[in-house]
Design a protein. Structure first.
Length: 334
């Protein structure tokens, strides 16, 4: 009898072990341990200027005015910009304003003089550091009142240097970190109205190339399926980077703006255009080898610029660098 009781006690101890030997885990077993880690984690943060993942730390904004004629090419640093604006200047030519925050190249240039249109773009970024080289004397009070930190060559001379192998005035370059050191309170990147993601399911027209003209300049954006980028050509030539390779971007925005003569002009009495980037108007968004009609709107100087489809839905950009061509359907006569 004592032997029977011993056997029954042993079976009682083994029973729970046997119950757990089935292929399925017991009801009380924690299921989360076998779940995919991504199922419980939020999506990675994306940068407001590019839509690309970043480390969660938003950095100061640096805007740099860059030469854009053949004499100043190839430019240095543009490949690292988050956003590149193409602006019309005197005589129908163009200059660039490059916006840096998520990435910072060691050097950038050639750095050239500021224009009145710059002062209406910078407030969208808060109060960024603004690098430029000179401005018309009567424009200096406007710069002093603008929403920016002045890190020009006269305010932060230690950040600038003359690049060997180039000739003045196209040889002035700058160390980007020294520029930001001169503006320790520069605004950090924030939402400026851009949205990134999948392209609209409808409304796009396949395009292999798209041309934007100013009175004395022409840009051609040609789609590369292999690189998933719009390769950039200017005035019939490949737009090359000093770092190597051709400049390109996954998204190009042609923003049609009201462009008028400003009160400023050069020594040849060629008037400086004033590009109105506050208001609303039409745009063409180039991405994924397609051209999409869009609308743009910016309610105030401090506000961001939103882009929507004709139906009013967000017009998503492809993640990555964005080029914005501030164009006029009725070009200003130089």
């Amino acid at each position: 009898m004592r032997a029977v009781r011993t056997i029954l006690a042993a079976l009682a101890v083994l029973a729970p072990v046997a119950a757990c030997s089935d292929d399925k885990p017991p009801a009380s077993a924690p299921q989360a341990a076998t779940a995919s880690p991504s199922a419980s984690q939020p999506p990675p943060a994306t940068h407001p200027f590019t839509g690309l993942p970043y480390d969660g730390k938003l950095r100061p904004v640096l805007a740099v005015k860059i030469e854009n004629t053949a004499a100043g090419k190839p430019q240095l640093g543009l490949k690292s910009a988050d956003i590149v604006y193409i602006e019309q200047v005197e005589a129908g030519l163009t200059r660039l304003m490059a916006i840096f925050s998520s990435k910072l190249p060691p050097k950038v240039g050639p750095v050239r003089s500021a224009r009145i249109s710059d002062l209406h773009i910078t407030p969208m970024f808060g109060k960024p550091a603004f690098a430029y080289s000179g401005a018309q004397t009567k424009m200096l009070p406007f710069i002093a009142k603008a929403s920016l930190f002045d890190v020009s060559d006269s305010r932060a001379p230690g950040a600038y240097f003359r690049q060997p192998g180039r000739y003045a005035p196209y040889n002035l370059f700058a160390h980007t970190r020294k520029l930001l050191q001169s503006a320790p309170r520069a605004s950090k990147a924030k939402d400026i109205g851009f949205t990134f993601g999948e392209a609209p399911a409808q409304g796009g027209v396949p395009r292999k190339s798209f041309t934007v003209r100013w009175p004395a300049a022409r840009f051609d954006f040609r789609w590369s399926q292999a690189r998933k980028q719009w390769l950039i050509w200017q005035d019939g030539k490949r737009d090359m980077a000093a770092e190597g390779g051709q400049l390109s971007a996954p998204t190009v925005v042609v923003q049609y703006t009201k462009t008028v003569r400003s009160q400023f002009h050069d020594k040849n009495d060629s008037y400086t255009p004033l590009v109105h980037t506050v208001g609303k108007g039409e745009a063409i968004v180039l991405r994924d080898g397609m051209a999409f009609k869009a609308r743009w709107e910016r309610e105030s100087e401090e506000g961001g610029t939103t882009f929507t489809t004709p139906e009013g839905e967000p017009m998503n950009f492809a993640p990555g660098q964005v080029w914005i061509a501030l164009a006029s359907k009725k070009p200003v006569i130089p």
